[in-house]
Design a binder for this molecule. Structure first.
Ligand code: C2O
Ligand code: CU
Ligand code: CU
Length: 489
């Protein structure tokens, strides 16, 4: 039946003709590996021009995830061009130094297009970053984490168009790929590194930790560097999110191996009790007997139908092999970049946040009861240019067997701050397995909202009027319509 796109190098299907109008011409670096697109290296203040040629046989458009751009440069689905068409981008890089990325954004096909290989890194540098003495060149490494499933023919398994379960929950693959490769090994020398991690998976959430128990030193989130490294036992990384780690391998002067793992956690999916009506802490094979039974059933259905382990299962992501050598020991940098404090005091609606309820409708996920409309924003989705606002994402509603899921919510056009998190009492125990892994000290464009959680954000709408999407970055959820627009007027 349906024609299938074979995995290939994205240069065959998504061709970039990127030129830097002003500044450094060496902006297009090779792909970090595998099928991923070329890495775009840009500098804050640069003016860039990029031509996108759509060589697919279906509509597509490229979105620059995390960048603050005019709406016609943002890759909104309404700008999707048919196969054979092109789109011309020209914009100034406004954003802070950091790890951003680009990917297609045609409505309904974003999940499959990213799954089949269309995504790449966009690394921005700025003057402030250059003064910090962070590890650079060979010690500055980007790692793109994705899960995929390969069929007997060793081709990517077709995404289940007809499989309602997979579309409702999101694709979870059997194999972990890093920079497009399974069983990834990173060879390093015994010294300090900057590791930039991007979760470019469709629906898989990682709970990152070192196998030797060393805490993580997080130096940056989605929108760039923090004021100082944040120490965490583990860090949550949901689809669309980035985190940068500072790590010193000098303790392995005699060589050795270390794994970056995803630790087990609960709450990838939680169920409201179907019997008795009370909130059950039910989750994937854990918890009380009722929960356990339901959890196991769901888990088996999930793993059987979708091929991959459930969200929250323990996984090895990559191996770090430390080469023998003279150790160059260093301490994590004491200070990083300037980041203003995240208070919500000056927001127009600080006491009365604009609330968005994440829920399930008729076999679709909704935002305030609505699904995506290509060209529309409702009256309560209109914001004033120049306004600072508090938004609240409330993941508290559920329905039947599907229950509640974690939703990584992404807002186009802005970087925001997370100013508060609260969870329903009935889900606190599951939440405790992820709570210490949020890094809310810096700028974010995607935030993981766990079952039963309310997350408050502070956003400022500057520079550009227009229509911008906000959506769940579980790509199957977004493709099913868990996306809306807001309009800056
Ligand atoms: Cu990374 Cu609207 O997406
Ligand atoms: Cu985006
Ligand atoms: Cu979602």
């Amino acid at each position: 039946g349906q024609a299938r796109l074979l995995p290939g190098t994205p240069t065959q299907v998504l061709r970039f003709d990127a030129s830097v109008v002003r500044g450094d011409p060496a902006a297009v670096a090779p792909s970090p590996g595998g099928y991923l697109g070329p890495t775009l290296r840009l500098k804050k203040g640069q003016r860039v021009r990029i031509r996108f040629d759509n060589r697919l046989t279906e509509p597509s458009i490229v979105h620059w995830h995390g960048l603050h751009l005019p709406d016609e440069m943002d890759g909104h689905p309404r700008f999707a061009v048919a196969g054979g068409g092109s789109y011309h981008y020209e914009f100034t890089v406004n954003d802070r130094a950091g790890t951003y990325w680009y990917h297609p954004h045609p409505h309904g096909r974003t999940g499959p297009q990213i799954y089949y290989g269309l995504a790449g890194l966009l690394l921005i540098s700025d003057d402030e970053e250059r003064t910090l003495g962070l590890p650079q060149d060979e010690q500055d490494i980007a790692l793109v984490i994705q899960d995929r499933t390969f069929g007997a023919d060793n081709q990517l398994r077709t995404l289940g168009r007809g499989m309602m379960m997979e579309r409702m929950m999101g694709f979870l693959g059997k194999d972990i790929l890093v920079n497009g490769q399974p069983g990834y090994t990173l060879t390093v020398s015994p010294r300090a590194y900057r590791l930039r991690l991007l979760n470019a998976s469709n629906a898989r959430i990682y709970k990152l930790a070192w196998s030797d128990g060393t805490p993580l030193h997080v130096i940056a989130t989605d929108g760039g560097l923090l004021t100082r490294p944040a120490e965490r036992p583990y860090a949550m990384l949901a689809p669309g999110e980035r985190v940068e780690l500072w790590v010193d391998f000098s303790r392995y002067a005699d060589g050795g191996e270390l794994a970056l793992k995803s630790l087990p956690f609960e709450g990838g999916m939680a169920m409201r009790g179907m019997m008795g009506g009370g909130m059950m802490r039910g989750m994937m094979g854990r918890g009380g007997m009722m929960d356990g039974m339901m959890g196991d059933t769901m888990s088996r259905m999930n793993e059987g139908m979708m091929g991959g382990p459930a969200n929250g299962r323990e996984l090895d992501l990559l191996t770090v092999r430390i080469a023998r050598g003279r150790p160059a020991k260093s301490e994590p940098p004491a200070r990083l970049a300037r980041v203003p404090p995240a208070g919500s005091g000056d927001a127009r609606n600080a006491g009365n946040p604009r609330t968005f309820r994440l829920a399930m409708g008729m076999m679709e996920w909704t935002l305030n009861g609505r699904t995506f409309e290509m060209n529309a924003a409702a009256a309560d989705e209109r914001v004033a240019l120049g306004a600072t606002e508090v938004w609240e994402l409330a993941n508290e509603a559920s329905m039947g067997m599907m229950g509640m899921m974690a939703h990584p919510m992404h807002i186009h056009g802005v970087q925001f701050r997370v100013v508060g998190r609260e969870v329903l009492p009935g889900l606190r125990e599951a939440y405790a397995t992820v709570r210490e892994g949020f890094v809310d000290e810096g700028w974010k464009d995607t935030v993981l909202v766990m079952p039963g959680e309310r997350v408050r954000l502070m956003l400022r709408f500057e520079d550009y009027k227009g229509l911008f999407p906000y959506h769940c970055h579980n790509l199957e959820h977004a493709d099913l319509g868990m996306m809306r627009n807001y309009r800056v007027v």
